[in-house]
Structures are given as structure tokens and as C-alpha cells.
Design a binder for this molecule. Structure first.
Ligand code: HEC
Ligand code: HEC
Length: 613
């Protein structure tokens, strides 16, 4: 009896502790995007973890209203007449809402795709363009009828967009490469949509190794688009990190008139990286191009005109650059911005979205729940201050781990954070890396860290006993820093807290008819003998005929199939662009399940099933 009472008390305590714990996680605000009204008097700040929008009075720095949303905000924009705020929110149940700024009523206008983000207003045509990140589609919404008039397929994870000045073209940033990673070219690309015909009419290639493309902005004269992204030197072995040997951080400049890439400029300095460039924005007078760096907690303030002028002179006899002889050298030149850019350390952690009002930049500091305020001047004595969005919260282990995972401050010379190769909350960059833990000359496709702690061993060849050891060796051998045990424990806690996102292949949260048929093929083709249990892996290694010449051991750890839809390309070296390719091209002699006897339709069904997990 006594034992029972004790058990009950223990259970009640556990529930209480968990309740308090969950409540604390929800107290964080995590500002991610900022919009401004036309008059430049109000900032609208979306807050990712509290599902709210704060309205800040620019004059006083005070929050004078807060709106509660039905889901996670993915972007916001204020109408031309300043009466409405359009907000995209939610994940698989995404909606576009409008907030009436006079009556404060929130209207869910229309249900959108999976994780709608970056709403763009076309006042002329009375339209809204929304990028649905996980459907890989852009929705075109007619605001008069509140209807989706077209869904336009783009490449992979559209995350940000921008309309040209004449309104004729929408530039859409695809976050990740959409290629096999074992070929010559793997990079994120820009899709250009013709807004008259409502179709993609051109794709602009970013340089090989461009990944985690994040933001885009237009120069005030409408001539150039600036795109922030990482430039991964993924073809080199990760033997050192100095001078941008592994990841560099860049901005690509697109010539809007002819839809071509003008060039790509590195944002790092020779001995100091400027990790995880997030959002670019120009000041209205075109003098400055400002970029937030979420990994190194900085703001780059670039003299836009000087940068364009210098670029135009490279390769001529008036070339001012001592390093770049020709335009082809620029994407490798770590000195290009010297003298024409100021690097400003921000007071808070994790700067993401930003807005410029007159001569002041406001930056959303995700992990500090603050807005940094920076006055733009040429005299290199910028005044920075910090505006809190609420009372400061203590850090839980998960929040601290989340912060460290995105923090290049723990990397030698702050070149990269864990999120540089594992963007999207510990997922993948779509590239191969030749890490040295399994020998060299055998690049491996980046793995998602979702459920990594529940599916030991770690790494394709299982060379790390578990995720804990991979986390510590990551800090040591990839960030070139000494792992602090308490930091590593926090990163473990964060990674263990990751939850899968519902697959865009599901129909009303259920398997489609094709996926249901595929579930039966999954059994008959003997997939279940290895991909079984809750995690779809028996955690053992097998040679399924996918080894390359340079792998000493051709047995690979059976990977989990959960969230497979998000982790292309596939197989240890990312050679398969699609699941279909794994079986149609890479399993001719049935070493990897029995698939050679399957019809094309059966393989499609099988793919549909595992892409729904
Ligand atoms: C330069 C790119 C890069 C960076 C930076 C990076 N990783 Fe990785 N990570 C990879 C690749 C590639 C793999 C898969 C390697 C393999 O399969 O052999 C991987 C695998 C892992 C795994 C094992 C996943 C599994 O289930 O097998 C963990 C855990 C991990 N990384 C954690 C981290 C942490 C924590 C950091 C920051 C300290 C980090 N990584 C930084 C590229 C990177
Ligand atoms: C003998 C054990 C075994 C069987 C049977 C098996 N698999 Fe696998 N599977 C593996 C191993 C090992 C890998 C890793 C191969 C690699 O990385 O090159 C893998 C990789 C995969 C991948 C790629 C995952 C990724 O993230 O890159 C998919 C998808 C997959 N299997 C699905 C299936 C399906 C569907 C079947 C049935 C037709 C099947 N497997 C049968 C062991 C097995």
C-alpha cells in the first residue's frame, strides 16, 4: 500500500514538473521576421515560439499590442494603406490570416499549403504570393476573391521571395540544392516566375556548393537582387577550417534585367568567418546593404555603391582588388569587402529578420527575445542598443542547446555553426562531406539529426557508437574547438527534443491511396526485414550494394525512414536524387530489398509510402 502511495506521488510530481517545464519553453518569444508600416512608425514582429505578433512603436520602443495566432508565424507584410497585416502561419495546416489594424480582428482568409512563408504583396494586381516551404510550391492568391488562382511548382523548400519593380517577375529562393550530391554540381537555385503567365520561366543557378539560401532583397533602384547563402567547399576533405576551407558565407548578386548571376561575394574576412548570413535589406537611399549573420551574431553594413563599383572594375586595368584578377576569382576572395563593409557585433544572440527605417536598422534577435537597434553612420562608431520583447527568461537545457547548435561562436574563428551543414533545425544541407572519421576520399551525404539519439550507431558507416559521441566529435573535428561537456549535453537535449514534421505526401493526415498500396509492397519486397520497428530500422549494418571503391567496409548502418521526404538526396553518397532512383537505378540485382520484379507503378507506390513516414 505504502509503495502504491509513493508511486502516485511520484507520478503527480512528474506531471507537475513536466507541466512547468513545458510552460517555460512556451515563454520564449523567438522573434524571426520584422515588417514595417509605410509611415515608418510601427514595427510588426513575428514571434516563432509564442505564436504571436508584437507591435512596437518605433518612437518609444514599447510594445503596445500583441496578437495571438493559430500557429507558428512564417512571415508577415503590411498592406499599402496600412490597414491590414497579412500573416502566414502554421505547418501542414498552414493558413494566411489578415489582421485588421483598426479593429484588431484576426481573419483566417484562406488555408494555404505546408508551412507558408514570405508573403509578397502585389498591390497593382491585388494579389498575394506565398511560398509553401514543404510543398515546394508558390501559391498565388487573388485578394478580391480570397481564392488561390494557381499553385506553381518550384524546386526545393522555397523560403523567401521578392517582386521586381515592374511587378512582372517573382524571384523565389529555394533553400536547398535539388540535385544528386555525387555529381559535378549541387547548389540551391532561384526560380523566376512570370507573374503574367503564372509559370516558372527561368531558373538562375547559384555557384556550386551554394546551400541554406535564406533571404533576398531588391536594391532600391530595382536593378539588383541580393541573395544570402552558404558557399560550401564540399569537394575538399575537412582537414582544416582556416581561410574558409569548409564553409564560407556569401551574398550572390543577380542582375534583374537579364536574370543572370552577376557574381558571388564572400562576407567573411581572411581570419574570421561571418557565419549563417540570414536576411539582406537595403536602406531606402540605396547607400547601404545590411545583412544579419545569425551564427556570428553580427550585422554587416556594406557600402552598396562602392561594392558594385569595385565589382565592375575587377578585370579591367583600373582593378582596385589586389586578390581578384578576374570576376571568376571573386567568389574565393576573402578580402573583397575590406574597407567597404563594417562588421557590427550585436548585443543579442541569433539575429535573423531585419528592417531599416530611415537611418536605423532593427534586427530580430531570435534567442535573446530582443530587437537590436543600430544607427547607420559612416564614422564606424555605430550606436547599438537593445529593445526587450518581454522579461528575460532563464535558459532551459533544450533552449541552450538550440542556441549553441546555431552558434558559430563555439567554432574556431566562427566560420560555421552545426546548422551550417544541418539547417532547418538539425536536418540536411543536401551536400556530401568528406569527414575524416571514416577515412578520406569517401564523401558522405549529410544526415538528418532527427531521432539520431534513438538510432545508434551514428554515421553512415556506423563509425560513432552513438549520437552523443558524434555531437562531441562534431564540435572537436568539424568546428575545431574543445567540446565543453555541459554544452554538448545541452546540444543532446535539443536534438532529442526534435519532432518530425507531417509529410506533405499525406492527404488529410492519412496515407494516400497510392501510399496504402505502397505499404503492402514494403512488406512483400522484404523492406521490413531491416527497416522495422518504431524507427523503421533494426539498427544493424548491411552491404546493400551501395558501397563505392573507397569505402573499406561496404556495410552501412540501416537508416531510419522517418521524415525521408525531407532528406534527399539518398544513399550514403547522395547519388540518388529521388527514392524512385534508389530502386530503379541502384538496385538492379535485388541486393537492397526485392524490387527488380516490381512494375513502375509499384515502385511509385512504394516511394509514396516511405515518403509519407
Ligand atoms: C561540414 C558539415 C557539417 C557540420 C558543420 C556538422 N556536421 Fe554533423 N554531419 C555531417 C555529415 C556529412 C554527417 C554524416 C556523416 C556520415 O554519415 O558519415 C553528419 C552526421 C552527424 C551526426 C550523426 C547522425 C546519425 O544519426 O548518424 C550527428 C549527431 C551530427 N552530425 C551532429 C553535429 C553537430 C552537433 C554539429 C555541430 C557541433 C555538426 N554535426 C556539424 C556534416 C556536418
Ligand atoms: C538488408 C537490409 C535492408 C533491406 C532488406 C532494405 N534496406 Fe533500405 N537500407 C538499408 C541500408 C543498409 C541502407 C543504407 C544504404 C546506403 O546508405 O548506401 C538503406 C537505405 C535505404 C534508403 C535511403 C535512406 C537515406 O536516407 O538515404 C531507403 C529510402 C530505403 N533503404 C528503403 C528501403 C526499402 C523501400 C526497402 C525494400 C524495397 C529496403 N530499404 C530494404 C538496409 C536495408
Amino acid at each position: 500500500m505504502k509503495f502504491r502511495i509513493r508511486q502516485y506521488i511520484a507520478i503527480i510530481l512528474l506531471i507537475l514538473v513536466n507541466g512547468v517545464y513545458a510552460a517555460t519553453e512556451n515563454l520564449y518569444r523567438s522573434p524571426n521576421f520584422i515588417a514595417v508600416n509605410k509611415a515608418g512608425t510601427l514595427l510588426f514582429i513575428s514571434e516563432e515560439t509564442s505564436n504571436t505578433i508584437s507591435v512596437m512603436d518605433i518612437n518609444t520602443g514599447q510594445i503596445h499590442r500583441r496578437y495571438n495566432l493559430s500557429g507558428t508565424p512564417g512571415g508577415l507584410i503590411c498592406s499599402e494603406d496600412q490597414n491590414l497585416l497579412y500573416v502566414t502561419c502554421g505547418q501542414s495546416n498552414g493558413v494566411i490570416s489578415s489582421i485588421d489594424l483598426k479593429t484588431h480582428k484576426i481573419n483566417d482568409l484562406i488555408s494555404a499549403g505546408h508551412t507558408p512563408t514570405s508573403p509578397i504583396l502585389d498591390s497593382e494586381r491585388q494579389r498575394l504570393y506565398v511560398s509553401n516551404r514543404y510543398d515546394n510550391r508558390v501559391s498565388v492568391i487573388d485578394l478580391k476573391t480570397c481564392r488561390v488562382i494557381k499553385n506553381i511548382s518550384v524546386l526545393r523548400e522555397p523560403i523567401a521571395a521578392m517582386l521586381t519593380q515592374d511587378g512582372n517577375h517573382l524571384f523565389v529562393v529555394n533553400h536547398l540544392p535539388d540535385n544528386s550530391s555525387s555529381k559535378d554540381y549541387a547548389a540551391a537555385e532561384i526560380s523566376v516566375i512570370d507573374t503574367e503567365r503564372l509559370e516558372v520561366f527561368q531558373t538562375i543557378r547559384l555557384p556550386d556548393g551554394s546551400t541554406a539560401a535564406q533571404g533576398i532583397c531588391l536594391s532600391p533602384d530595382g536593378k539588383f537582387a541580393y541573395v544570402t547563402h552558404i558557399m560550401a567547399r564540399y569537394k575538399m576533405p575537412t582537414t582544416q577550417i582556416e581561410r574558409g576551407w569548409i564553409n564560407t558565407n556569401a551574398i550572390s548578386i543577380i542582375n534583374v534585367a537579364n536574370f543572370t548571376l552577376l557574381n558571388t561575394i564572400l562576407l567573411d574576412d581572411v581570419d574570421r568567418g561571418a557565419a549563417n548570413p540570414w536576411q539582406p535589406t537595403c536602406s531606402a537611399d540605396g547607400k547601404y546593404l545590411c545583412i544579419s549573420h545569425s551564427g556570428s551574431h553580427e550585422l554587416s553594413v556594406i557600402d552598396q555603391q562602392a561594392m558594385l563599383k569595385k565589382l565592375a572594375l575587377v578585370g579591367t586595368d583600373k582593378n582596385p582588388s589586389r586578390v581578384s584578377d578576374s570576376p571568376d576569382d571573386v567568389p574565393y576572395d576573402l578580402t573583397f569587402l575590406t574597407d567597404i563593409r563594417q562588421r557590427i557585433s550585436l548585443p543579442g544572440k541569433g539575429p535573423r529578420g531585419l528592417a531599416i527605417v530611415d537611418d536605423t536598422v532593427y534586427v530580430a534577435e531570435f534567442f535573446s527575445d530582443t530587437i537590436a537597434k543600430v544607427k547607420l553612420t559612416d564614422d564606424k562608431k555605430q550606436k547599438t542598443s537593445s529593445l526587450p520583447l518581454g522579461p528575460a527568461q532563464t535558459l532551459t537545457a533544450i533552449r541552450k542547446g538550440n542556441m549553441l547548435f546555431h552558434d558559430a561562436g563555439i567554432c574556431y574563428q566562427q566560420w560555421q555553426s552545426c546548422a551550417s551543414c544541418h539547417p532547418g533545425q538539425g536536418r540536411v544541407d543536401g551536400l556530401n562531406w568528406d569527414l575524416l572519421n571514416d577515412g578520406s576520399g569517401n564523401p558522405k551525404n549529410t544526415k538528418s539529426l532527427l531521432y539520431s539519439h534513438r538510432t545508434a550507431p551514428a554515421m553512415a558507416l556506423g563509425v560513432r557508437a552513438d549520437a552523443e559521441s558524434a555531437v562531441r566529435s562534431g564540435i572537436n573535428h568539424i568546428l575545431f574547438a574543445m567540446p565543453q561537456e555541459r554544452d554538448a549535453v545541452a546540444i543532446d537535449a535539443y536534438l532529442k527534443s526534435l519532432k518530425p514534421i507531417a509529410s506533405p505526401h499525406l492527404v488529410n493526415d492519412k496515407l494516400s491511396i497510392s501510399a496504402q498500396r505502397g505499404g503492402k509492397v514494403f512488406e512483400s519486397a522484404k523492406c521490413v526485414s531491416c527497416h522495422n520497428g518504431e524507427m523503421f530500422t533494426n539498427q544493424r549494418s548491411y552491404d546493400v550494394g551501395t558501397g563505392t571503391g573507397l569505402d573499406k567496409d561496404k556495410s552501412f548502418d540501416t537508416p531510419t525512414l522517418i521524415e525521408l521526404w525531407r532528406t534527399a538526396p539518398y544513399l550514403n553518397d547522395g547519388r540518388a536524387k529521388t527514392v524512385y532512383d534508389i530502386f530503379k537505378i541502384n538496385n538492379k540485382v535485388d541486393e537492397h530489398g526485392t524490387t527488380s520484379n516490381l512494375t513502375d507503378q509499384e515502385i511509385q507506390d512504394l516511394a509514396e509510402y516511405i515518403l509519407s513516414l
